[in-house]
Write a protein that binds this ligand. Sequence first.
Ligand code: KE4
Length: 427
Amino acid sequence: MKRDLSRKLFAEAQRYIPGGVSSPVRAFGAVGGEPLVIRRGAGARIFDVDGNELIDYVCSWGPLILGHAHPKVARAIQEALRDGTTFGAPCLQETTLAKLICEALPSVELVRFVSSGTEAAMSALRLARGYTGRDLIVKFAGCYHGHSDGLLAEAGSGVATLGIPGSPGVPASYAQNTIVAPYNDLGALERIFQAQGGDIAAVIVEPVAGNMGVVLPRPGFLPGLRRLTAEHGALLIFDEVITGFRLGWGGAQGHYQIKPDLTCLGKIIGGGLPVGAYGGRRDIMERVAPQGPVYQAGTLSGNPLAMAAGIATLEALKSPSAYEKLEALGRTLEAGLAAACRQAKIPARIVRAGSVLTLFFTPGEVTDYNSALRCDTARYGAFFRAMLEAGVYLPPSQFEAWFLSLAHTEQDVEATIAAAARALSVL
Ligand code: KE4
C-alpha cells in the first residue's frame, strides 16, 4: 500500500498537534504503523491522500449510519448553509430534530442539544446531581462516556486502547465521587447500593457497551439497574451515544424495553456534524437552565447546519427497511468472520448488536472489561494491519466497535470476509 504522502502529511501534523491527531484512538497507537490521512469519503468507502480506497468500518466511530457524503445529508447541509451557519438564537431546525427524538424515544419528554457526546454525559450527570441533591455516580468499568473529569475512571475506548492508568489530571476530589462497578455484575451493584444507595445520584451505563469492544448486557442486567436505581431514588442514565438510532429507531431502550430517567445521545443524531444531546423525564429536564437552576450552555448548540444533518439522517432511518438491511449485513458479516476464524483455527469471539460488532481475539466469552482485556491485542494489531493492506479499514483498537452503514453492500461484506480469511490464515 502506497503511503508516502500520508507519512509526509502526518509528520507535518505532529509538528503542530499532539500525537498528530485530534483524538487519541486515531493514532494507531495500539495497532502499529501510522494513520492514513483521509482525503474524502463516499458511501461505504474512504480514500486516503495516496489514492488508496478502503471499505470503511469505522464510519467516523458511528455517526455515518447512512455512509459518507450521503446526498440527502449533503443537500440538507447545503440548503441550510445558504441561510448562514449559526445564529446563537432559536432556529426552526432545533425543534424539528427535538420532536423527532422525543417521538422516537418515549422516555425523552424534553431534550437539550450540545455539541458532543462528552458534553451530553457531563451535563446529564450534573443534572442528576442537581435533581437528587446527591454527589456519587456509578459507572461501569470499560464503559466510556466521553472525557469529562469524573467519567474517566476505568474508561473504555481510547483510555483502554492506550492503557492510560487511571485519569491523570483529574483531582482525587473528583474521582472519589465516581464509583466503578463491573459491567454485567448486578450483585456488585446491589452491594454498592446497600452500602451507599442514599448518596448515589445516578448510574450511567452503555446499555450495549461499545467501548470495550461490543459487549451485550446479560439478561436481567438492565432491568436490575432500573429496579435498583428506582428503589434507592437514584436516576438511571442510558448513554446511547453509540446505540441511539443505531440498534433501531428506539435505540437500546426500545430494543430492551427499559425506560431510563435520562438518555445521552450523539453521533448519528448529528449526521456527521458535531451534535450531542441529553433528555428524559420532564420533571427532571425542567431543572435545566433557564427553566431551572442547573446550568449548561453552548455557543454552537442547536446550530442549523448540524440540526439539518441530523434531521436528514433520522428521516432516512425512518424507513422500516433501513434496520432490516443493517441487521442482514451485520448477520452476514458476523457469520463470515466466525467461519473464517474457525477455518484458520484462531480462537475468537464475535459479539454483535445489529450493525455494530467486535471480533475479539480470545477463546473465552467477553462479558465485561476484565474479559475484554484478556484479548490478544498483538494479534488484533497484526489482523488490523493485514486488513488495511487488503483495503479494509477497521477500528485501530481491539476495544472498539466495527460499524456498518446503509451504504455497505453484501458484496462489500463478502469482500471483507474474504480478506479476513486470507489475513487470519497467516496470523
Ligand atoms: P464524543 O465526545 O466523542 O462525541 O462522545 C463521547 C462518547 C460518549 N458515550 C459513548 C458511548 C461514546 O462511545 C462516546 C465516544 N465514542 C468514541 C469511540 N468509541 C469516540 C471516538 C474518539 O474518542 O475519537
